[in-house]
Design a protein around this ligand. Structure first.
Ligand SMILES: [Zn+2]
Length: 261
């Protein structure tokens, strides 16, 4: 039960600026996922994401709207890396305040790598199909910097930061009688999408709208869906995070199965 999940992000690299509607291609690889046989699952009882699970009743869900105070470059497209570099301390400040509201002390990631090749990431260097990756064991955030639209990379960075928060607050803790399967992964990923929207809603609401409206699934979408949830559900959770601005709106762990499919 102690197998760690290494979370790989879907590539969102197919954005073509001159063609609208914008197409966001998703592709994902997931490794190290613990899959258990159904009979074993039944014997263990508690399903991941059930209201009994600790992740569904976390103190963070009872805090108010998250505030983000950011100073990003006026022209975000001129230098996407510089834009992301400016977003990093903003996300740290945002999460420091948000966690303090629930009595948690925030610790920044050990490293944030803005890279142009997966080989320079803190993990996932064997795979070449992610746009961002969080390495829970070493608290390492990694984002492949994409040149076509800064918001794509900003969202990926915010999503990986959300994984860091899930990790340091115990939401992603893999202990107890839960089953860590693809359904567990989808709740984790859709929550990270929602939390990314919570932290970016005050920075670029229009970007979030475009992301939601134009997300489409590509031919690799079956893998993506199994581990990250459908594009439709992703858009729904992003919308919830953007609308409410609260962590409580991102409680995928208490959501019915069809909202995390
Ligand atoms: Zn993720």
């Amino acid at each position: 039960m102690g197998v760690r999940v290494v979370v790989h992000e879907g590539s969102r690299r197919s954005l073509v600026r001159r063609l609208l509607p914008v197409a966001l291609a998703f592709a994902a690889v997931i490794a190290g996922l613990a899959l258990l046989a159904p009979h074993l699952r039944d014997a263990l009882g508690t399903a991941p994401g059930s209201p009994r699970s600790g992740a569904a009743t976390h103190p963070l869900y009872y805090t108010g709207p998250v505030e983000s105070r950011c100073a990003l470059p006026a022209d975000r497209e001129a230098d996407v890396t510089a834009t992301l570099r400016a977003l990093i301390p903003c996300l740290d400040r945002t999460w420091t305040a948000a966690l303090a509201a629930a009595g948690y002390e925030y610790e920044p990631p050990e490293e944030v790598n803005l890279i142009d090749t997966p080989e320079n990431a803190g993990c996932g260097t064997e795979d070449y199909d992610w746009a961002g990756i969080y390495c829970p064991d070493i608290h390492s955030v990694n984002v492949l910097v994409e040149d076509d639209w800064s918001f794509t990379s900003m969202f990926t960075l915010a999503h990986e930061y959300a994984h860091h928060v899930q990790e340091i607050t115990g939401i992603a803790a893999q202990s107890g009688p839960e089953v860590f399967d693809e359904a567990w992964s989808r709740r984790l990923e859709l929550q990270a999408d929602c939390l990314a929207a919570v932290t970016l809603r005050g920075i670029d609401p229009q970007g979030l709208m475009v992301l939601r409206a134009h997300s489409v699934e590509d031919e690799n979408a079956i893998t993506q869906r199994q581990t990250h949830g459908s594009a439709r559900n992703s858009a729904i959770w992003i919308h919830r995070g953007q609308d409410s601005g609260t962590i409580g709106a991102c409680n995928t762990w208490a959501a019915p199965a069809d909202e995390v499919s």
